[in-house]
Ligand binder design. Structure first.
Ligand SMILES: Cc1cc2nc3c(=O)[nH]c(=O)nc-3n(C[C@H](O)[C@H](O)[C@H](O)COP(=O)(O)OP(=O)(O)OC[C@H]3O[C@@H](n4cnc5c(N)ncnc54)[C@H](O)[C@@H]3O)c2cc1C
Length: 326
């Protein structure tokens, strides 16, 4: 019978016998920028640094440049995890064949911290502490079924029964392996679904490990993904209507005022102007304060700077909330 494996050198261990490792990759942040510049032309080179361009593309869901970056992973996971993983249809997969090779005696036994009750609120989740006795029973059953099924499988194999049939007695906690190749756009989609707290713990572990690798290869793209997808929030029209109705005018106006100051401070940081040009610049960006108030605030201290495009997009959203009130 095939022996239990030791993990390859660059593998990130996942669960009790699994791992994920990068086999190969093509491109990184540079490939995204290179592809984007083909469509936007050289003109953008002056105004946007690579990081800013990548953030802009991700924010505006201009996704094809992200498809220029490719990753090939070698992954080993229980079959029930692979069942969820394989639903991501854009990947190219080549899996270890149990028709051709013998199954290895490697089964997933959940760690006791992850044995919880069925959640009453979330039909696809776990919650509620299980007693030590019941946890032990769960682990014992996992081991018993794994050992028994493997013994039956081995017996059928030794009797010469076709492997493609004998394998059917094995449970879904047995480990399988595959090569999984995909592009960055679809990998980020995979990560957004499978790193999410709603995803099953066992696949989340793999998604988190994959994310570490992606972050190393395309750090700006990963950062933008964290900021706009993982940490971002979208409001439905119903939610926007609630915000519009219930946010006091003062709050929106204060936010809008601060954002305009930030835009001016960022423009000034990026391309310093003479002092007498500042108030006209503030007015050009829809600032409503008097010149005296503007100068007071300007000289009072730190005004937060950021990314001009992003601040302008935020300003537009605030204006649309404000207009919704009128
Ligand atoms: C928390 C969670 C719970 C889930 N529960 C269930 C469940 O109970 N039952 C179940 O069956 N599945 C379930 N799924 C799987 C889910 O429905 C999707 O199949 C899976 O997440 C893959 O998503 P996807 O289709 O967007 O990804 P991919 O297959 O990777 O596709 C990426 C994108 O490509 C496009 N695309 C790919 N193929 C096509 C196509 N043929 N036609 C049109 N557009 C395409 C779509 O825009 C898609 O978003 C669950 C997933 C999650 C994350």
């Amino acid at each position: 019978m095939p022996k239990k494996q030791t993990n390859p050198e660059n593998a990130i261990p996942c669960l009790d016998h699994g791992f994920i490792r990068l086999v190969d990759s093509m491109g990184g942040d540079d490939a995204i920028v290179q592809a984007a510049r083909v469509s936007y032309g050289k003109g953008t080179r002056k105004v946007s640094q690579d990081r800013g361009l990548i953030r802009y593309l991700l924010r505006h869901r201009h996704t094809t440049p992200f498809e220029m970056v490719e990753f090939k992973f070698h992954c080993k996971m229980p079959i029930f995890v692979a069942r969820q993983w394989v639903r991501h249809r854009t990947a190219n997969i080549n899996e270890y064949s149990l028709r051709y090779s013998e199954a290895r005696d490697e089964f997933y036994i959940p760690d006791e911290k992850h044995i919880l009750f069925q959640s009453k609120l979330n039909k696809q989740g776990r919650s509620g502490e299980v007693s030590a006795d019941l946890k032990k029973k769960v682990q014992d059953y996992f081991r018993e079924i794994s050992d028994r099924s493997y013994a039956v499988y081995s017996e059928l194999n030794e009797a010469g029964i076709a492997r493609e049939l004998a394998r059917a007695v094995l449970p879904v906690n047995i480990y399988t392996e595959w090569y999984w190749k995909n592009d960055l756009h679809n990998i980020l989609h995979f990560l957004s679904l499978r790193m999410d707290p709603h995803a099953q713990y066992e696949i989340r572990i793999y998604a988190e490990a994959m994310a570490k690798i992606v972050k190393q290869i395309a750090p700006f793209a990963y950062e933008a993904f964290q900021d706009y997808v993982v940490g971002g929030m979208r409001f439905s029209s119903i939610e926007q209507a609630r915000l519009t109705e219930q946010l006091p005018d003062g709050v929106i106006n204060d936010l809008l005022g601060d954002t305009i100051y930030s835009i001016v401070a960022t423009l000034q940081r990026n391309k310093p102007r003479d002092e007498d040009e500042l108030f006209p610049l503030y007015q050009k960006n829809d600032g409503q304060d008097s010149e005296e108030d503007f100068m007071l605030k300007w000289s009072a201290g730190e005004i937060e700077t950021g990314n001009v495009r992003e601040l302008r997009e935020f300003k537009r959203k605030l204006l649309s909330l404000k207009n919704g009130k009128e």
